[in-house]
Design a protein around this ligand. Structure first.
Ligand code: HEM
Ligand code: HEM
Ligand SMILES: [Fe+2]
Length: 492
């Protein structure tokens, strides 16, 4: 009996690079969760690590680790699919490896500085060497420049490989999107003394990443993923992709205004931001309809059950976390009361997990299947309980945290804002109110559920398919000509 061992040498050069990116992503995901647990506990035990690792530092590491692991995951995903999609060998594989190590080294140094130096005097040197103080992208300027250099290499590799091979609808959208994604990062690199102006540009990175360019990137990955796992028709997924991109940019770009309500920008943003951001859920609904339609039309028969399950978790998570939870507080009339409360954190958790963590996990499962020599990953995989429990615990954990935070956020909106009129006293009344405190306790409990899910997930990723002798399930798509450019893998 031939078992499916991990076979690194059988991967193409893009995939070999991708494996490294995925491993780094998962290590940082674990770090994100560890720091999340500490931050959550600090709400309950305010003395925890006081003076050693203050909440502000723990929170910074928690959310920066998230952004970075997701970037590693995205780069890995693109390197994974690039040779398959372009039909050409990755241009500059050595360069891709080199920048991987540079990127990883930079992240390690930045984290060590965050943990051991933490803060510096209010001088320009602190911005260069300690941190820039812009939430989510606090990395000091030297690291910013390093990141931009790595991204330029990544962009060159991607564009040049498609130029050498062939273009498709998916790759065309992907390459154009990467220009926007990398370009926007630069809006978060400049220091200005006016905090309103600073925040104005900072949102260009954060909002235009998660509600425009990242969404389009995962749209491309999803399109490719549906072809891979289900044998979906390329024509159909590409048509949907174009529609989604148009709707996403149409609503998301001016939707930026929902962050300009109260930061000192002109009043017309109330109308523009409220109107356009209220339209943002539409493409997210389209994505759910699309993926469920595709999965349904193939009778949920897939070559890779864990990957398909996570792709569907992505479609729903994106719609619920971004669309529904975002819509709840996006009108200025409501946001006046909810702004900056745990309501925001509730949305932030469900959206980042639902939209981005899920799809990266899906691609990693696709990668594992190939790395184990195209092993069987359809129904009754040996030890299949592991991926199902990991899926269940992670989603239940994050959903539980989301609901707990929502309850705390409601309490703040009522007690602090509506009843107390946003005074300092009202702020403390809300922080000590029973429902707020209980919400914080439940968040910690569900935090541990999430962490348990992650432990299982990492364990599963190391062993799934290892003891199986069956080969990948063949997909009888019945429209092979349609997918001629992806026919190769389906035929194996
Ligand atoms: C997957 C996509 C999305 C992600 C990952 C995401 C994530 C986040 C995060 C982390 C914040 C908090 C930012 C901070 O630290 O201040 C935030 C704020 C916000 N998001 Fe989203 N979001 C997404 C989509 C949406 C959508 C589609 C809408 C509207 C329909 C929306 C509406 C808002 C609003 C109004 C705020 C400001 C909350 C406040 O005033 O405190 N988001 N989002
Ligand atoms: C073990 C599980 C986790 C715990 C206990 C936890 C805890 C926390 C805490 C205490 C904060 C600070 C909130 C505040 O400033 O009031 C935070 C912020 C945040 N966390 Fe987590 N977290 C966990 C997992 C995650 C996951 C899985 C994601 C997404 C993939 C995530 C994304 C975020 C984001 C985006 C913010 C910033 C939210 C905002 O500014 O509104 N966390 N988390
Ligand atoms: Fe936004």
């Amino acid at each position: 009996m031939q078992l499916h061992a991990f076979n690194y040498s059988a991967l193409n050069s893009g995939q070999k690079v991708a494996v490294k990116y995925f491993m780094a992503a998962m290590v940082l995901f674990a770090a994100q969760i560890a720091f999340g647990i500490i931050a959550g506990l600090q709400f309950i035990f305010p003395d925890l690590f006081f003076g050693v690792l203050d909440f502000s530092v723990v929170r910074m590491v928690h959310i920066n680790a998230m952004i970075v692991w997701m970037l590693f995951g995205f780069l890995g995903s693109v390197y994974w699919l690039i040779e398959d999609e372009s039909g050409a060998e990755l241009v500059g594989a050595k360069l891709a490896n080199f920048t991987f190590w540079i990127f990883l080294l930079a992240v390690t140094i930045v984290v060590l500085v965050y943990l051991f130096v933490q803060i510096g005097p209010g001088k320009i040197e602190s911005i260069w060497f300690i941190n820039e103080g812009r939430e989510y992208i606090e990395a000091p300027r030297w690291a910013d420049i390093g990141i931009v250099a790595c991204m330029l290499v990544f962009f060159y590799n991607t564009a040049a490989t498609f130029l050498k091979g062939k273009w498709s609808g998916i790759s065309g959208v992907l390459v154009l999107d990467l220009i926007a994604l990398a370009g926007l990062y630069m809006a978060g690199m400049f220091y200005v003394t006016n905090i309103s102006v600073d925040q104005h540009w900072w949102w260009w990175v954060i909002h235009l990443w998660v509600e425009a360019t990242w969404e389009v990137l995962v749209g491309c990955v999803m399109a490719w993923g549906l072809i891979k796992t289900l044998g979906a028709r390329r024509k159909i997924v590409t048509t949907w992709l174009y529609i989604e991109v148009a709707l996403m940019f149409g609503s998301g770009i001016l939707g930026l205004g929902h962050h300009y309500f109260w930061i000192g920008t002109p009043e017309y943003w109330l109308t523009i931001g409220g109107f356009f951001s209220a339209l943002e859920p539409i493409p997210l609904v389209a994505m759910v309809v699309h993926s469920v339609y595709d999965a349904g039309s193939h009778g949920f028969k897939s070559t890779n059950h864990p990957a398909l399950a996570w792709l569907i978790a992505h479609a729903f998570g994106n719609f619920l976390g971004g669309g529904v939870w975002g819509f709840m507080h996006t009108l200025p009339q409501i946001n006046l009361y909810t702004h900056g409360t745990q309501w925001t954190a509730s949305h932030g958790h469900l959206a980042f997990f639902g939209a981005y963590a899920t799809i990266i996990i899906a691609v990693i499962y696709i990668a594992i299947q190939r790395a184990r020599g195209d092993v069987w990953m359809s129904s009754d995989i040996a030890g299949g309980w592991r991926w199902k429990w990991a899926l269940g615990l992670l989603n239940a954990g994050v959903m539980g945290m989301t609901m707990a935070l929502l309850v705390s956020g409601y309490e703040q909106a009522f007690t602090e804002r509506a009843l107390g009129g946003s005074t300092w006293t009202a702020y403390f009344a809300a922080q000590n109110a029973a429902w707020f405190v209980q919400g914080m306790n439940w968040r910690a409990i569900f935090g541990f559920v999430t962490a348990a899910g992650l432990v299982l997930l990492l364990w599963d990723m190391m062993v799934i398919g290892r003891g199986d002798s069956r080969d990948i399930q063949e997909l009888n798509t019945g429209h092979a000509d349609d997918n001629s450019d992806t026919g190769a893998i389906l035929a194996t």
